[in-house]
Design a protein around this ligand. Structure first.
Ligand code: THR
Ligand code: THR
Lengths: 158, 158
């Protein structure tokens, strides 16, 4: 399938929240997002990988302005579970390669990850959809990541 | 924003691969997907949450028929890193709530996760996009998950 990356996007106004080592049992994810929905906090990317030893980590991004509210609404939740640790990072950028035919995206993913590796940029989170591959990286590398992904996929610098 | 979940989809022909406790440094994700691209393995969902202690976990799904090839191509990679553990699961289903306006999806996410919790179904992986929220669950719960998500979002059972 001809991989067609048509553009690169960069978001720098979001913050990352992770709930690490939380119980990996039914109902936990529901409690987290019920709290956020009550506070009307907009959530963008949500990722959860597979857990281990009955513990898991859920990471998500929120508008940087809502970071304080998010932290406050989740702190009491973590203490009721008696497990877990909240970590936050507002110095992130979300860089995305956008295009069609991402479905078979091992090739596109490899290309994007190689571009970031070449620039020595560490990938903190990964999320994919049919039309997009997104990486959370340090905010200070945002523009550089855009440039290098542009050149790797031979997009005209606009 | 009126959340508009228009449907539920279920995939039962994929398998989940996780590379747990791999080095969290630039270049690692690139190596994984270069191997898979060389073998022309189609990758669907890719998720990576935030790491800890310089280690991270990348999970992704491949067609169940490619599981053996995937495992073989990554085993030698893990031994060159001297860190990490490959786990596989071909008894998974990917259930997704599909709709527009997912952007502010704390409400939709909470609804979907609550539905799965009510049925006692554990969520192994989570991935979101503008139009979809996907959960990897045990294959045996696939149909039940579809039914309960249908009823929670008041979709006509079709
Ligand atoms: C960790 C969390 O996702 C849990 N597995 C749940 O089902 O809610
Ligand atoms: C774990 C892996 O994603 C690593 N952080 C990388 O940049 O490749």
């Amino acid at each position: 399938e001809k991989l067609l990356v048509t553009g690169v996007s960069l978001k720098k106004d979001e913050a990352r929240v992770s709930l690490a080592d939380i119980p990996d049992r039914p109902g936990i994810a529901a409690e987290v997002f019920e709290r956020l929905a009550e506070k009307k906090i907009n959530v963008d990317v949500i990722v959860q990988s597979t857990g281990k030893n009955n513990l898991n980590t859920i990471s998500f991004t929120v508008p940087a302005k809502d970071l304080k509210d998010t932290e406050e609404s989740l702190t009491s939740l973590v203490s009721t579970w008696g497990a877990g640790e909240i970590t936050l990072d507002d110095k992130i950028a979300i860089v995305s390669a956008v295009g069609i035919g991402m479905k078979s995206h091992a090739g596109v993913a490899a290309g994007m990850f190689k571009a970031l590796a070449k620039a020595g940029i560490n990938i903190h989170m990964i999320s994919t959809s049919e039309i997009k591959i997104s990486c959370v990286i340090d905010k200070e590398h945002g523009e550089e990541a855009m440039r290098i992904i542009h050149s790797v996929f031979e997009l005209d610098a606009n």
